[in-house]
Design a protein. Structure first.
Length: 305
């Protein structure tokens, strides 16, 4: 059985693990012993290491046929030194992984003013967070171009699930932009992103980019209104765009300011994945009928408060 190395052993990778174990011997890089034991219990073989410490990554050389990259860059700067350290370690092996799947961000496109864009759109990152992702993508392209194999880049937008809903905005009563001036947002359920990761690992050659999103871009305010209505949360204030910018943090504004609608035809045509949740509205409609799940989500929202 071929060996898969997971870098970034977090929520999405954990969701993908059951399907991965059917086809791969799975190794997972873990920073802490407690996380390592958790992954061992799930059927993976943990390896202790830290992407911020290059010397701890030497044992990764030559051990994997493929790599699933779910780890984020550092929280500051315009480059991704974690990716550089990792690729340096992988290049030292007698054998080099021939398949890479990287979860990037749709933020690399920057602001498209609400236009529908596909994977051929120019990269115009407007935040340091997005520039770090562009740097990581470019490092991977160079590495695969030099050593061969396949690279799949999944540009994911807002990832959601029952335990990944943006409830802090309701807890803080953060304002939304009025409909006439609102931005579009895109989404993907964490389970669907996990399925896309597993499907992407089947690619054997070339470099390919995919918009890893669902079928329905939504105005940001509509998403929050529908979420609030489903969970019976107080309505958020809606203000003109300039007033919202003045009242939120720069990081919050970077998410609100950029508007784009992502075309996801390529993931369906080439990866053959059928999304469990074609839109957040489908997810919310199902959630509205599930009182135990709603109660659990509201209990977590109370903790945020």
């Amino acid at each position: 059985m071929r060996t898969l190395l997971i870098i970034g052993a977090g929520d999405v990778a954990r969701r993908a693990l059951p399907s991965l174990l059917a086809h791969w011997r799975v190794l997972a890089l873990c920073r802490h012993p407690a996380a390592a034991e958790s992954w061992r219990a799930l059927g993976a073989r943990p390896i202790l290491g830290d992407l911020d410490r290059g010397d701890s990554l030497a044992r990764l050389a030559g051990i994997a046929d493929a790599v699933l990259l779910c780890a984020p860059p550092p929280p500051s700067g315009a480059e991704d030194p974690r990716m550089r350290k990792l690729l340096y370690a992988l290049a030292k092996g007698d054998s080099i992984p021939q398949r890479f799947v990287y979860i990037s961000t749709s933020g690399v496109y920057g602001n498209a003013n609400g236009m529908l864009i596909n994977e051929t759109a120019a990269l115009l990152p407007q935040s340091e967070r997005a520039r770090r992702r562009v740097d990581a993508e470019r490092q991977l392209r160079r590495f695969v171009g030099r050593h061969g194999g396949a690279l799949t880049i999944l540009r994911a937008p807002g990832i959601y699930a029952d335990d990944r809903l943006p409830l802090a905005r309701f807890a803080n009563a953060s304002p939304l932009i009025v409909d006439a001036e609102d931005s579009y947002s895109n989404h993907i359920h964490a389970d669907d992103l996990a399925s896309l990761c597993a499907a992407a690992l089947r690619r054997r050659q070339g470099i390919r980019v995919y918009n890893a999103c669902d079928d329905l871009p939504l105005p940001v305010s509509r998403w929050y209104r529908q979420l609030g209505a489903t969970l019976q949360l107080p309505s958020l204030p809606e203000l003109p765009r300039a007033e919202v910018q003045a009242r939120v943090t720069p990081q919050q504004w970077s998410f609100l300011a950029e508007s784009r609608r992502l075309d996801n035809l390529r993931i369906k045509r080439e990866l053959g994945v059928r999304l469990r949740w074609p839109s957040v509205l489908d997810y919310l409609a199902a959630l509205a009928q599930d009182e135990p799940r709603k109660a659990a989500i509201l209990a977590s929202q109370a903790k945020i408060r």
